[in-house]
Design a binder for this molecule. Sequence first.
Ligand code: GTP
Length: 351
Amino acid sequence: MQAVILVGGEGTRLRPLTYDLPKPMAPLLGRPFIGWIIARLKAAGVEDIILSCCYLPDKIEAHFGDGASMGVTLHYVLENEPLGTAGAIKNARDLIRGPIYVCNGDILTGLDLIALREKHEANKALATIHTRAVDDPSHFGVVETESGGRVKRFVEKPKPGETDANDINAGTYLLEMEAVDAIPSGRAVSIEREVFPDLIARTGRVFAVSTDDYWIDVGRPDSYIQAHRDILDGKLDHPLGVEIAKQVWSGDGAPLPHGVTARGPAYIGPDVALAQGAKIEPYSVIYDRCRVGEGATVGSAILWPGCDVGAHANVRDAILGLEVTVEPRATVPRDAVVGRGERVGATAAAP
Ligand code: GTP
């Protein structure tokens, strides 16, 4: 089996973090986010993977190369302009040999891909869509089905009363070649708005498989933080490194320096320097080569590699991008998302 991962979006909702790093390369506890998807595919026996790229493709290729380090073969297919979620699949048509998984590049899920395929085959479907029930589907694409899972219609971001269904498109599909061939060529095409409605109307062979597996769209700052929390809470099976204190994991196994307090769950990446009196509070994630100064506090925050938190500074409920500096005694505003190389001063207002 093969898979296409859609990784061409600009990740506007994660700006400024995504100004110079594509969303799939955002770090997520030991590997770039897309590494989670590749590992999940590999575990399901999918080793031939096409990355459908558009925005900053070099950053993805520079890290993953031909895929050998993850035990898979990666192909990079580039778009000069965004071709949309179906146009991007069609653009890879020459590499596709048969039924293919399609994964949105921003979904973290524990979905059983093999079970999805078995249901797809039992239904003799042309397209199978993974769905999941949510309490408030108003921000999502809702998938209405008959009993047995045959899809009746798609309702994009429904208004109150527009549909009774609450199963949403969860961003993983299985497509037969016939469904790939049905995608118009040479222009931007949306799979949700154009291809699925067309297949439903013409063939009636689009099915949904609803599961309650772990699932999150990591494309917003709050959900990116939530994904970290969930992994730290053990909701996805993933080794986090060496446990150096209760639920405090270290990427390189370095012990906590004397005089540092750390309350888990938390993750401290390789080559992090924690000064005397630094306090690490629950749900902190401090990536590679960061420095936390004397008496500084990091709590429920995510620090991308190379950040420098000055003495007695406070960083809580925030995301700091690459190489951000927090000046001594500064307090980073809550919910801040600070872009690469910025400086948060002691009198900083929200960036
Ligand atoms: P926002 O700008 O924050 O909405 O993010 P996004 O556009 O990156 O993600 P969105 O949720 O809109 O898209 C779902 C998935 O499809 C993401 O993994 C995107 O990378 C990918 N995607 C969206 N549009 C395109 C496209 O035109 N080409 C390719 N190759 N991938 C796309």
